[in-house]
Design a protein around this ligand. Structure first.
Ligand code: NDP
Length: 349
């Protein structure tokens, strides 16, 4: 089977490509430039079942068609979409690439008869209602929808709101497309919480400035200002998340979405659970205690054991466990690899 992965150089997509190759799939990764194509091939050791194509403009149906139709793929994982808060032009940098990117890909797929399934990487942002506030006692599931619209994204008060609107509008556009065009493939919607985890070897960014948005939340805790050798005294920044999932589990969910027939037409929330930044500090200090005692001293102490879960909503990801067979890795497993890697990236700065 040949599977297309859009945005194959991205943080999550790299893990999807590696997992697909491990399971024996042939993979075509789309990227925006030849240099990124070369980098992706290198990360995967020039794997014989991996090729790349350049799709410069992800909002162009014809670009996707020209590159993908000759390959006759059976499935597509659509991960290419901006996840950045570094913009002031929300329509140009978030709404259009996310929404038009999704519909262009689906339109192209509907003209490639071999495609049987498309997995769209949506987000907890498509589920969560930020206006409802912290909502202690509320439990979000994949049946909930963010109320944000395209217009809300264009006129958003800040980049995180615009990003959440871009993901919500892209998922709605995909649902509308499936309803009105009835293509030959079915669609699976995956809605991951904040995704944390180490980069594949060779795929880590060269500087902290280019760190992806979700791992940057972990870096903000373990490198709190005033940290360094005296990290213990630094304040712990407020939690922005507060639900998370390990990147390896997100990749696993993408693969299970391909091989689980009854996942077709379904929507899944992917979340290991709630977390807070104090927990990231506590767990990082614990997992680094033996492996890297020196690094451990950089992590702020705060108030060990203080938790915030009673202050806000919870999540229920049982549908992904029941239908896809998901099990979630713990925060210790995740941070034991990620935190030393983040310090390594700092050295490149
Ligand atoms: P990355 O930023 O690491 O990867 C994003 C990918 O999308 C890259 O390949 C990037 O290409 C491509 N891309 C971004 N903007 C554009 C654009 N304007 N035009 C063309 N390509 C673009 O992000 P993640 O791996 O974290 O995210 C992957 C997907 O998962 C996204 O859809 C994101 O919304 C979703 N997601 C992520 C979560 C997280 O916590 N990380 C949580 C929930 C959902 P290039 O390198 O060329 O810019």
């Amino acid at each position: 089977d040949l599977v297309v992965v859009t945005g194959a150089n991205g943080f999550i997509a790299q893990h999807c490509v590696a997992a697909l190759l491990r399971q024996g799939y042939r993979v075509v990764g789309t990227v925006r430039s030849q240099a990124k194509a070369t980098a992706v091939l290198e990360v995967h050791g020039q794997h014989p079942r991996l090729t790349t194509v350049v799709v410069q403009d992800i909002t162009s149906r014809d670009a996707y068609l020209a590159q993908l139709a000759p390959l006759s793929p059976s499935a597509i994982l659509h991960l290419a979409a901006p996840f950045t808060y570094a913009t002031t032009d929300y329509e140009r940098d978030l709404m259009i690439p996310s929404v038009r990117g999704a519909t262009a890909l689906l339109e192209a797929a509907s003209q490639i008869r071999s495609v049987r399934r498309v997995v769209q990487t949506n987000s907890f942002a498509c589920i969560y209602d930020a206006d409802a506030g912290p909502s202690p006692g509320k439990t979000y599931t994949a049946r909930d929808w963010s109320p944000l619209t395209y217009e809300d994204g264009v006129r958003a008060p800040n980049p995180p709101t615009a990003y959440r609107a871009s993901k919500t509008a892209a998922e709605r556009a995909a649902c509308d497309f499936m309803r009105s065009c009835r293509p030959q493939f079915d669609l699976v919607s995956l809605c991951p919480a904040m995704v944390f985890g180490a980069f594949l070897p060779g795929a880590a960014p060269r500087s902290i400035k280019s760190l992806n948005t979700s791992n940057a939340l972990v870096h903000a805790v373990v490198s709190a200002p005033g940290g360094g050798s005296n990290g213990g005294d630094a304040p712990i920044p407020p939690t922005k998340g507060p639900v998370w999932v390990d990147v390896r589990d997100v990749a696993d969910a993408h693969l299970r979405s391909l091989s689980t027939p009854e996942a077709g037409g379904e929507r899944f929330l992917l979340a290991a659970g709630v977390y807070c930044n104090q927990e990231i500090a506590d767990v990082s200090r614990r997992v680094l205690a033996e492996a890297s005692p020196k690094l451990r001293t950089r992590i702020p102490v705060g108030e060990p054991g203080r938790r915030e879960s009673h202050l806000h909503f919870g999540v229920d990801a049982r549908a992904a466990e029941e239908v896809l067979g998901m099990r979630w890795r713990g925060l210790g497993d995740c941070l034991a690899e990620l935190v030393p890697q983040l310090y390594g990236i700092e050295h490149g700065d």
